[in-house]
Design a protein around this ligand. Structure first.
Ligand code: HEM
Length: 154
């Protein structure tokens, strides 16, 4: 059950992150915070850097959630092999995205790197969709089955 909630919540936050990333790029804010990992004002976000800081902050949260999803999937005794592989690829892509995001800034938005950042984001998104689809097809635990049958009787 936790895998369904966790993977779905992760997918939703990842979707929001891709929106924020698109906005950063389209609004030309990619270098609004020209340093890595913090902006020139340190940990305190200033108005000038708020969108870029939001992208970084949501990215870190998303990466943690993707890693947690992988950990629960690998620990699960009922998760099929395909789900485990998808969650491992998703976790690798999330770590790659955070690293690539930093390189994109250090290399001053090199076109190839920005394109690779978009491409890896799409791989991450598709692997998370696969993980969620597998999660919703997992067999119910004994406790869920008992709760379900009680609800039918009453
Ligand atoms: C899971 C992590 C991340 C995902 C899924 C993600 C996704 C995206 C997406 C979809 C875009 C829009 C790309 C485009 O329209 O071409 C973008 C832009 C950008 N991302 Fe990320 N991102 C992540 C992490 C990071 C991190 C950690 C940084 C580090 C600072 C970063 C820096 C940037 C920058 C600077 C842009 C704008 C590039 C430009 O101006 O064209 N990203 N991101």
């Amino acid at each position: 059950m936790i895998l369904r909630y966790l993977s779905f919540a992760t997918l939703c936050i990842l979707f929001a992150l891709i929106f924020i990333g698109g906005y950063v790029s389209a609004a030309g804010l990619g270098l609004s915070c020209p340093e890595w990992p913090l902006c020139p004002t340190g940990v305190v976000p200033q108005q000038d850097f708020v969108i870029e800081y939001t992208h970084r902050g949501v990215a870190m949260t998303t990466a943690m959630l993707v890693l947690a999803t992988m950990a629960f999937t690998l620990k699960s005794r009922v998760a099929p092999r395909g789900m485990k592989i998808a969650s491992v690829i998703a976790a690798g892509s999330a770590i790659g995205q955070v690293t690539l995001g930093a390189i994109v800034i250090v290399e001053r938005l090199h076109a190839v790197l920005v394109t690779a950042h978009l491409g890896l984001g799409l791989i991450l998104f598709s692997m998370m969709i696969m993980t969620v689809m597998y999660a919703f097809r997992l067999p119910k635990t004994n406790r869920e089955q008992v709760a379900g049958s009680k609800a039918t009787v009453s």
